[in-house]
Design a protein around this ligand. Structure first.
Ligand code: ATP
Length: 729
């Protein structure tokens, strides 16, 4: 058994796991995999590089395969097919309620505690429905209906309705006398009439009057009712119509219900709905913020899904820049998992080209980024959730999984409230934090002190500035604000090259503030005879892909980019990150520096922080900077601000609850201050370190052994008379 199997992963996936050289699940995987397999909505917060992608890709590949494999989700005209949805849902129950293999018998042995479960199939639209419950073991119990948002303790909120053994009906925590009490072997009938909006019950065939007149909202798929049972030290057997009912419901001689089967049983789905159940529409959508992450996650899920056969799992990517005709052809032939960006997915759903009726999972990776984007991202997520069913065609509840290294904010909590059902927090460290495999330092850049930039400005090779000072009077040698701001930009270029040389960087990701600065930095690095590629939103899809591949293969030493790749990007063994400027958003700092220190390899991030304010672009114009030359301050209708980087550093430190170490411009990083000898880009502590460790502890260990011997001898000496007396007996 592999370590992953202990967490519920099927042996069929072992081959794929070994191909990645994963021997043990990471901490977040150990928690998230069983939760997702168990059917929970999950909020996964764990540090960068901790394996969150695998934490959702592995269980999703498995569940999608299992569901496609099981007859439940296959298209069939056989009416018995729908019966599979008519079981109690093991994934939607209190932990101590046992549900047997048939999915129709349940039992709770714990006294004084209620344990409930919902059925797998929710009912919406119209028609009248009936199911039966036989009491198999006496104790306390309640039977009835509940929405997905309702409590499993039915009758204790406004989303569920119950009828209990003591002869009481319950709704909204109000318990009123109703019908008769019941006990072992009694058979209860549970009625729901969506045409006339009423609920009532029967005992051993005797129907009681209407118990509740219900709201119209229960007709809607989003708020529909599921059969629900609740036990306290009791046992129940449910019959959702797969066996003949003991007391087939009649209404003046007619079978109650819109779709009675020849056997007199009731079906759950209307004919129209049943026809549209199929195996060609996706079961899972995974949302990623960028094309690069779409590709990366797609490869991850393909690695797992690719080893599963009969049926084969079909995965598709949906992001801007892809061939639409080809995508549409693939969607027509059928797919199981879609990995894409929200804009493309929303577009296809709204134009009716992507059907969502079978959807059972939504994963939102980097969810906080979408929610923070008030213009596009948050709106798209809302639109998407409005378009997606709460309950899939086969009655399975939609499962929502959201993750990020920076999940702790109000928007995420609000999102969870609105779109998730009792989400389980998989939160290993509590707040946004930096992996212990990432060392991060700051180098202060003071252009009023370090005047090297003046010579550089007039030399043929220097970092081209962003032209915000083109209209300003620059007087080299003075310390006026505009001059020092310009000097900072040039000096930072000098420091980047110094850092590369001092730390012998053969590979690094370099973050700049704007696309224009990235272009300038790429050019500057090339002028210094370094290989460099650039990745930002203005580069074409092909160019971005080739830059990333070139960097991954080691053909390019440096990848210069904007925050477009600050999140999620996983390139193995990158040792260094350089922040030419700090990001505007403090959580982005965590993501940027998290591009190193991944998969147990050590990494170092260096941030160049100006001690003086720097004038920078801040485009609020309609073109978002394209062709913009308005260098006036934003307060005067322009597109620039004065960026106080020292203040930003303070905010980041406060956010992380730590002071970030400082290095001088010689970039002599105080490695000993961290944890001794590390090689950035390599795994922490190799054999050599263990050897040193053993040697340094050897003398203490030997002293301890001597003390132990002395103590034992002393004990024997002191207790000699006791031992002698004992031997004499
Ligand atoms: N169980 C494991 N054993 C060894 N390596 C693993 C394991 N799980 C994941 N990894 C590796 O760790 C690296 C980081 O994983 P992943 O990209 O999922 O991190 P993440 O938590 O999503 O990070 P981020 O927050 O930056 O997106 C990847 O290279 C991945 O292959």
């Amino acid at each position: 058994m592999t370590a992953f199997e202990e967490f519920g992963i099927i042996p069929e996936l072992s081959e794929a796991i070994s191909s990645l050289n994963w021997t043990l699940p990471t901490a977040v995987q150990s928690e998230a995999i069983p939760a997702i397999l168990g059917g929970a909505d999950a909020l996964i917060a764990a540090e960068t590089g901790s394996g969150k992608t695998g934490a959702f890709c592995l269980p999703i590949a498995q569940i999608v395969w299992e569901r496609r494999k099981s007859p439940e989700s296959l298209t069939s005209s056989d009416s018995s097919e729908s019966q599979h949805a008519h079981l109690l849902n093991r994934e939607d129950r209190d932990a101590s309620l046992q549900i047997d293999k048939s999915g129709l018998n349940c039992d709770a042995r714990v006294g004084k505690e209620w344990h409930g479960a919902r059925g797998k199939a929710g009912i919406h639209g119209g028609g009248a429905y009936y199911y039966e419950v036989t009491i198999t073991r006496d104790g306390l119990c309640r039977v009835g209906w509940a929405t997905m948002a309702g409590s499993l303790k039915i009758g204790t909120d406004f989303e569920s309705f119950g009828y209990g053994g003591t002869g009481k009906k319950s709704y909204g925590k109000k318990f009123d006398d109703y019908g008769k009490s019941f006990t072992t072997n009694d058979v209860l009938g549970c009625f729901l009439d969506l045409d006339n909006l009423k609920i009532w019950w029967s005992k051993n065939g005797e129907q009681f009057p209407m118990a509740y007149s219900i709201d119209r909202k229960f007709k809607s798929p989003a708020t529909c009712l599921f059969p629900a049972v609740l036990c306290q030290n009791s046992g129940l057997a449910v019959n959702f119509g797969s066996a003949p009912f003991k007391y087939p419901p009649t209404d003046g001689g007619r079978t109650v219900g819109v779709a009675a089967t020849p056997a007199g049983n009731l079906k759950w789905w209307s004919a129209e709905e049943k026809q549209s159940v199929d195996s060609t529409t996706p079961l899972c959508i995974i949302l990623e913020p960028t094309r690069e992450l779409v590709q990366q996650t797609f490869q991850n899920i393909q690695t797992f899904a690719g080893v599963l056969n009969e049926p084969k799992i079909r995965c598709v990517t949906l992001a801007a820049g892809e061939n639409m005709n080809q995508i549409l052809r693939t969607l027509e032939t059928g797919c199981d998992i879609i990995v894409g960006t929200p804009s493309r997915i929303v577009d296809l759903i709204q134009t009716g080209k992507l059907a969502t009726k079978s959807l059972q999972f939504i994963v939102i990776d980097e969810v906080d980024q979408f929610l923070a984007d008030k213009n596009g991202g948050a709106r798209q997520i809302d639109t998407l959730f409005r378009a997606l069913p709460l309950v899939a065609q086969d009655g399975t509840r939609r499962q929502v999984i959201a993750c990020s290294a920076t999940l702790h904010n109000y928007e995420v909590a609000r999102f969870a409230d609105r779109h998730m059902t009792f989400p389980q927090w998989i939160d290993l460290k509590g707040t946004d934090c930096v992996s212990s495999d990432v060392h991060h330092v700051v180098c202060h850049v003071d252009a009023s002190e370090d005047k090297q930039w003046i010579r550089a400005k007039y030399a043929p090779i220097h970092l081209e500035d962003d032209h915000v000072h083109d209209g300003d009077q620059i007087r080299a040698g003075t310390n006026d604000r505009d001059t020092i701001s310009l000097g900072t930009k040039i000096l930072k270029g000098i420091y980047v090259v110094k850092a590369i040389q001092a730390l012998h960087m053969d590979k690094a990701i370099i973050f700049c503030r704007t696309k224009q600065q990235c272009d300038h930095m790429e050019h500057f690095l090339r002028q210094n005879n370094f290989t460099a590629a650039c990745l930002h939103g203005d580069r074409s899809a092909e160019e971005r892909q080739s830059s990333l591949e070139g960097f991954k293969k080691g053909e390019m030493r440096f990848l210069v980019c904007t925050d477009v790749v600050a999140r999620g990007l996983d390139v193995q063994g990158v040792p260094f990150v350089i922040n030419v400027t700090l990001p505007d958003d403090k959580s982005m700092y965590v993501h940027r520096i998290g591009r190193v220190g991944r998969a147990e390899r050590m990494g170092l991030s260096i941030s160049l922080v100006s001690t003086n304010e720097e004038k920078v672009w801040y485009h609020k114009c309609r073109t978002r900077g394209v062709g913009c030359q308005n260098t006036k301050d934003i307060g005067k209708g322009g597109c620039t601000i004065w960026f106080d980087e020292k203040k930003m550093l303070g905010e980041i430190e406060e956010h992380l609850g730590a002071t970030i170490s400082t290095v001088d411009s010689d970039f002599a990083v105080p490695i000993d201050e961290f944890d001794g000898k590390v090689i950035y880009g390599e795994k922490r502590s190799g054999g050599a370190n263990f050897a040193t460790h053993v040697l340094s502890l050897a003398s203490s260990a030997s002293q301890l052994a001597d003390l132990e011997t002395k103590m034992q001898l002393e004990y024997l000496r002191n207790n000699r008379h006791v031992f002698m007396a004992f031997n004499a007996l």
